[in-house]
Design a protein around this ligand. Structure first.
Ligand SMILES: Nc1ncnc2c1ncn2[C@@H]1O[C@H](COP(=O)(O)OP(=O)(O)OP(=O)(O)O)[C@@H](O)[C@H]1O
Length: 191
């Protein structure tokens, strides 16, 4: 069982600043604790000129690979799609799954995000649940209900006993960042 309140779930409409908040909290935590052992990944847009052509997965130590692309190839026609993007499950799994392995000395997990694309990987959600059950603090992002009603994994995460949900808007995101930072700092001191 996850300990109470160790899973911080950030949600909010696309572009509200979920990834930015997660990365800023992590940077601030690292300033006071440079030896913090953090595992995980974030996802970011891939742009060509000014057009979004896909998404990539980036591990916290800076390795990158494709998550989804709107540029089709013979191979990608067999991949599942979200809107105009085809999801490269193998590439996502190769980078993300090793990051979610629970190790004895891990202090914090970052999972940005647990969304429709990522959940096409059948190994991803079980790995997320193992992280939640490890009792190690987690900072993760999930889509808002409007975009995730039909995704069972997101609903299960929302209802997980250890999860606290923070819904961001442009007016509260700086305050929420401070709140999450101070709660995580306290947890990590005790950890
Ligand atoms: N607190 C903030 N102050 C100013 N700009 C911000 C802030 N947070 C995010 N932004 C800007 O808003 C844009 C979107 O931010 P971000 O990628 O973090 O959003 P997101 O919610 O993770 O998006 P998505 O749902 O697409 O993953 C970026 O250009 C970022 O620089």
């Amino acid at each position: 069982m996850a300990g109470p309140g160790k899973c911080f779930l950030v949600t909010g409409p696309p572009g509200v600043g979920k990834t930015t908040l997660i990365m800023r909290v992590l940077e601030t935590l690292k300033i006071s604790n440079p030896n913090l052992k953090v595992q995980g990944f974030y996802t970011s847009e891939v742009r060509e000129a000014s057009e979004r052509v896909g998404f990539q997965v980036v591990t916290l130590d800076g390795r990158k690979g494709p998550l989804a692309s709107s540029i089709s190839s013979p191979e990608s026609l067999r991949w599942p799609s979200v809107g105009k993007y085809r999801v490269d499950i193998a590439s996502f799994e190769a980078l993300a799954l090793p990051e979610l392995q629970v190790k004895e000395d891990t202090d914090l997990f970052i999972i940005d995000e647990v969304g429709k694309m990522e959940l096409f990987s059948s190994s991803f959600f079980p790995a997320v649940l193992r992280v939640l059950e490890s009792n190690i603090p987690v900072l993760a992002s999930i889509p808002i209900p409007k975009f995730s009603r039909d995704i069972p994994g997101v609903a299960r995460l929302r209802n997980h006993p250890g999860a606290t949900i923070f819904t961001l808007n442009t007016g509260n995101r700086d305050f929420v960042k401070e709140q999450i930072y101070s709660q995580l700092r306290d947890l990590l001191q005790k950890h």
